[in-house]
Design a protein around this ligand. Structure first.
Ligand code: HEC
Ligand code: HEC
Ligand code: HEC
Ligand code: HEC
Length: 267
């Protein structure tokens, strides 16, 4: 009989432990549950907030740069060709931080996780390897590279009447400024009205330093092609559409317009 009390305590303790284990199981998904969480796919990903993604992935926005590469190249002494524009500042940073957290990103852009991430097939990254693959997902990538092309394409000088060649060679004719002679009041003045950019801040910064504009329009081009931007009507737009622009859309992609007030254009 003298043992009854501790036994009771032990039972209570065990019952308590089981209850909390159950509660934990109910709130913490297994690795596979989390990996296949519907939030990674359409339609849930379209309305996912950054907070929801970061609840599991907060590491992607944390500083995590090595002091040197495994081969010994020191980070602090490294500068890539795309880091030589006058807008580049600060220490080396991760890809995600350069697009969401660091000063230039915060000033000019408002990208969210689902601006780039639209779902991908985690099973070998391809729909073609199993009967249950997801054929509508992007193949072999986590993100559709067309997204990157919007800000990392070539400078399409061939389309700009009056520009004799690449900006890197002829920008000096225009005082290295896109707005002074051309884009301030004359051509394609309705632009950047999308939910992942900050149009007023871009005009302000770009008006002061052409590298701001050039940075997204040729200055950091990973591609040999340019993005076929939609051609928005602008005030005093010439009535004739040039040949190259005939198949261009006249508005930005619908998902980038959510939450954006359409600009008023007087013709
Ligand atoms: C419940 C936790 C959880 C949430 C919420 C979550 N993820 Fe994940 N995610 C995971 C896990 C676990 C993996 C698998 C990690 C691994 O082993 O590579 C994963 C993998 C990924 C991958 C890599 C996929 C691959 O094919 O390798 C991407 C990209 C990703 N998540 C983005 C997101 C985005 C964007 C959101 C918000 C829309 C999000 N995740 C929300 C848990 C989560
Ligand atoms: C500018 C576009 C862009 C944005 C914005 C973005 N990502 Fe990514 N993300 C990528 C690319 C590109 C990769 C690498 C894809 C690959 O390896 O195929 C990636 C990879 C990942 C991975 C896989 C693990 C890794 O680090 O390689 C996770 C998880 C992830 N992103 C989560 C997020 C979350 C959460 C957010 C929002 C806080 C976010 N991403 C915002 C483009 C983006
Ligand atoms: C909305 C415009 C925009 C989009 C979309 C975009 N980027 Fe960028 N990217 C930038 C800007 C602006 C910088 C310069 C940031 C800085 O210098 O601080 C940059 C810088 C980079 C860098 C250099 C980072 C460094 O350490 O200097 C890489 C690499 C990169 N982007 C890759 C990508 C890839 C891959 C994608 C598509 C998944 C992508 N970007 C989509 C605007 C964009
Ligand atoms: C952070 C990256 C970024 C910066 C900085 C930037 N742009 Fe853009 N620009 C874009 C993207 C992305 C689009 C396509 C948006 C869309 O889909 O409507 C675009 C579209 C345009 C267009 C096409 C206009 C149309 O008809 O829609 C012109 C012209 C343009 N930009 C000029 C400029 C000029 C001039 C500056 C500097 C004052 C500048 N850009 C700065 C990313 C940038």
């Amino acid at each position: 009989m003298y043992r009854a009390k501790p036994l009771l305590a032990l039972t209570t303790l065990l019952a308590g432990l089981m209850a909390s284990a159950l509660a934990l199981a109910a709130t913490t998904p297994t690795y596979d549950q989390a990996r296949w969480d519907p939030i990674h796919f359409k339609p849930a990903i379209d309305s996912a907030t950054d907070e929801q993604c970061l609840a599991c992935h907060k590491e992607v926005l944390e500083p995590s740069i090595r002091a040197q590469s495994p081969a010994g190249v020191k980070t602090a002494e490294t500068l890539a060709w795309y880091q030589t524009l006058s807008t580049y500042s600060g220490d080396q940073e991760t890809f995600h931080r350069r697009h969401m957290v660091t000063p230039l990103a915060q000033e000019l852009m408002a990208m969210k996780c689902n601006t780039c991430h639209q779902g991908n097939d985690p099973r070998e990254e391809t729909a073609n390897s199993s009967a249950t693959g997801l054929p509508d997902q992007i193949q072999r990538k986590h993100v559709n590279p067309d997204i990157c092309l919007m800000c990392h394409g070539q400078f399409p000088w061939q389309k700009m009447a009056g520009l004799p060649g690449p900006w890197s060679e002829f920008g000096n004719i225009f005082q290295e400024n896109c707005n002074i002679a051309c884009h301030g009041a004359v051509f394609r003045t309705v632009r950047h009205q999308v939910n992942y950019l900050k149009p007023e801040a871009i005009e302000k910064a770009g008006g002061e330093n052409g590298d701001v504009c050039y940075g997204c329009h040729g200055g950091r081009s990973w591609y040999r092609i340019s993005f076929p931007y939609p051609r928005h009507a602008w005030p005093n737009m010439p009535p004739d559409t040039p040949e190259w622009a005939k198949d261009r859309p006249t508005t930005s992609q619908a998902r980038f317009l959510e939450g954006v007030k359409a600009p008023e254009v007087k013709q």
